[in-house]
Design a binder for this molecule. Structure first.
Ligand code: DOR
Ligand code: ZN
Ligand code: ZN
Length: 437
């Protein structure tokens, strides 16, 4: 029987190494992997001559916004940004307006996304102390319950009760592990510069939040994941505790590659929380990634409008950096320079997030798995330019960086959705995902 599509002539990333082979796709899945002569015939072919065939990337931390925040990003623009950046699956964060904090709001979000998405999308749920809402969201299929420790004012026993309920539901808890910013008093509020922003987000606020996560996980037995870890010292606290070793964590490209020195030049455009730290911290994080003490890389794609990011008062600039279209080329450039092995980059952006969050049947090139693939030109060099982003957020602290490695084609559920920067997929081609636990 004929296959729907054969991808041939490239080198595919299979079980950690690059293999000369072709891939046959049928019914949205990988039907066969092998030499072209051994593949089932197909009328449709994609040539991957000179290209790498990698598993479609998975970003476990994305703010797709939509609804009342559609002016920042919506399901269509956010997933267009994803497929241009090589991400075939993204997990959406719940701090939207309205927040994803009940079954009805989750259903509302799923409905809003259904006909618009170009990549696969799953949802995280927003912290709620209503255990019926929590159970309802878990049943509908959220990938985690997100705890924003910077804005959680529940008494300790409430947080423990919620996390114990997550444990009983086999639902992971993801933590924004930073305590509420320090109050610098009236003077700083009226004026305020980047120094004040950094003082308000003292590193100790992250380290003590990480310690609290270790404590909470120890007491409740919930599966814990720490988002956007920004200090090697936080990683150290985590990995030097027996309970902490079972907690997974992620790092973003901006915390891995930028430091607070970027604020002098970029001001609000580089503002994010947790903030950019010292150059030594960024270097330390890259080492932790290399040593496997950081589990995955996630973009924390957090789009805002340019007007918002360019506001005069730092307290009025919303923190967040769009990252879907820069994450892969930035990391692949480290591979090209010999700073990171290809395996580390690909696994941290595909098979590992799939395993951590229970995204079954995706994240690897394997027979029977979903046909989510990207073709990458490893020799293409270019300059990052946010004015060309598909995201509505047309700014980036990485503007002007020379990178190597271009995603030239993206295949989602067996369909070519992006070809050389052009979006050819139909909205709705992405699947709404539920975890398998
Ligand atoms: O920089 C950030 N932006 N950090 C967060 O925790 C939230 C995010 C956003 O939603 O914009
Ligand atoms: Zn966060
Ligand atoms: Zn975030």
């Amino acid at each position: 029987m004929k296959a729907d599509l054969n991808v041939i002539g490239g080198r595919a990333y299979i079980d950690g190494s690059l293999v000369d082979c072709g891939i046959s796709i049928e019914g949205g899945r990988i039907r066969a992997i092998g030499k072209e002569a051994n593949l089932p015939p197909s009328d449709e072919r994609v040539s991957a001559e000179g290209l790498l065939i990698l598993p479609g990337l998975i970003d476990a931390h994305v703010h797709l916004r939509d609804m009342a925040l559609s002016y920042k990003e919506d399901f269509h623009s956010g997933t267009a940004s994803a497929i241009c950046g090589g991400f075939t699956t993204v997990l959406d964060m719940p701090n939207t307006v309205p927040p994803t904090d009940s079954p009805s709001r989750l259903l509302e979000k799923m409905e809003a996304a259904r006909g618009k998405i170009l990549s696969n999308v799953g949802f995280h749920g927003m912290m709620t102390s209503d255990l019926d809402d929590l159970r309802g969201m878990a049943e509908l299929g959220i990938f985690s319950l997100k705890i924003f420790m910077d804005r959680c004012d529940w008494p300790g026993e409430v947080l423990e009760r919620v996390l114990s309920a997550c444990r009983d539901l086999s639902l992971p808890a993801t933590f924004h592990a930073e305590r509420a910013p320090r109050d610098l008093g009236r003077g700083a509020k009226l004026g305020g510069d980047m120094g004040d922003f950094l003082r308000a987000h003292d590193p100790r606020l992250e380290i003590s939040a990480v310690e609290e996560v270790i404590d909470l996980v120890g007491r409740t037995g919930v599966r814990g994941h720490i988002c956007h870890i920004s200090l090697p010292e936080s990683v150290d606290r985590l990995r030097s505790s027996p309970i902490g070793r079972a907690i997974t964590c992620e790092a973003t490209p901006h915390h891995l590659l930028l430091s607070r020195e970027a604020y002098a030049k970029l001001g609000g455009l580089a503002m994010t929380v947790p903030p950019l730290r010292s150059p030594e911290d960024a270097r330390g994080l890259r080492e932790e990634l290399l040593r496997c003490r950081i589990d995955i890389v996630a973009s924390d794609h957090a789009p805002h409008s340019n007007e918002e990011k360019l506001r005069g008062s730092i307290w009025e600039v919303p923190p967040g950096i769009p990252g879907l279209e820069t994450t892969f080329p930035l990391l692949f450039t480290l591979v090209a320079k010999g700073d990171l092995p290809l395996r580390k980059v690909v696994d941290s952006l595909s098979s590992k997030p799939a395993k951590l969050f229970g995204i079954n049947g995706r994240g690897e090139i394997r027979e029977g798995f979903a046909a989510d693939l990207i073709l990458v030109d490893p020799r293409s060099e270019y300059i990052l330019d946010s004015s060309k982003f598909r995201s509505k957020a047309k700014y980036s602290p990485f503007d002007g960086w020379r990178v190597k490695g271009r995603v030239v084609e993206t295949i989602v559920n067996g369909e070519v959705v992006m070809d050389r920067g052009e979006i050819i997929g139909k909205p709705g081609i992405g699947a709404l995902l539920r975890p398998s636990r």
